[in-house]
Design a protein around this ligand. Structure first.
Ligand SMILES: [Fe+2]
Length: 236
């Protein structure tokens, strides 16, 4: 466990409200009463520490988890995880999960008629290095339908979960791809205000692109503060 300095109690300005009526599930998930503010104690100001021994070197390569290669556009997503003052955060566990190239999750609940890919599970993880850097190799996820509203399709996205230095720096969010026409139609992305939403969209990066191999995208994350990477879920 590590001790951290104090955090402002109100660090939610970057995040969407709990209730975003166009995102239908938020109507039942959002609180009906004002939140109870509880002073921070060691339970909030400390956090778990992850060692490299529990995360294997290949856990960040989703294209090499099976005998064959998954179908789809191979991509590299890399970036830096920072705190609200722009300092890199080493030792931060990042977990990702995503649909395959056809937009299908390997999950019993996902039964929409798109093919599974037996060479793609769609989950990976890594720990940021001493400079706060991370990198994943994967395939570009497809868009998929959901039943939030008529003809609703989620934009291409990768789910991200991060544990920073304290439990207050926990972040669960989604990374989108630049130029996706589904983003302005998506109630989850649009529950985040337009300016903050830009922080959820990766940038195409020719310097990350690997010749003859994979397109590269850059996605930096900021944990807490006014410039924080927004949560995926509507908040108050
Ligand atoms: Fe998803």
């Amino acid at each position: 466990m590590t001790m951290s300095t104090a955090y402002p109690l109100d660090s939610l300005k970057a995040h969407p409200p709990y209730l975003a009526p166009a995102y239908v599930a938020s109507r039942t998930r959002s609180p009906r009463r004002p939140l109870v503010i509880i002073p921070h104690t060691l339970s909030e100001l400390s956090g778990p520490v992850y060692g490299h021994e529990s995360v294997r070197d290949l856990d960040n390569d989703l294209t090499r988890q099976h005998d064959g290669e998954p179908l789809g556009q191979r991509i590299v997503v890399r970036g830096v995880v920072m705190d609200e003052d722009g300092r890199p955060l080493p030792g931060t566990l990042i977990e990702i999960w995503q649909a395959n190239a056809a937009g299908r999750y390997i999950h019993a609940v996902d039964q929409h008629p798109a093919p599974l890919d037996h060479n793609f599970t769609g989950a990976g993880r890594c720990v940021t290095d001493p400079k706060g850097r991370y990198s994943f190799t994967t395939i570009k996820p497809g868009a998929y339908p959901w039943r939030n509203h008529p003809n609703a399709w989620r934009p291409n996205h990768i789910h991200f979960s991060l544990f920073g230095p304290s439990f207050l720096t926990r972040l669960v969010t989604q990374m989108y791809f630049p130029g996706d026409p589904l983003i302005p139609l998506d109630p989850i992305a649009c529950s985040v205000d337009e300016k903050a939403r830009e922080r959820l969209i990766a940038k195409f990066d020719i310097a990350t692109t690997v010749p003859e191999w994979a397109l590269g995208f850059r996605f930096d994350l900021i944990l807490r503060g006014r410039s924080a990477t927004p949560f995926e879920e509507p908040r108050s």
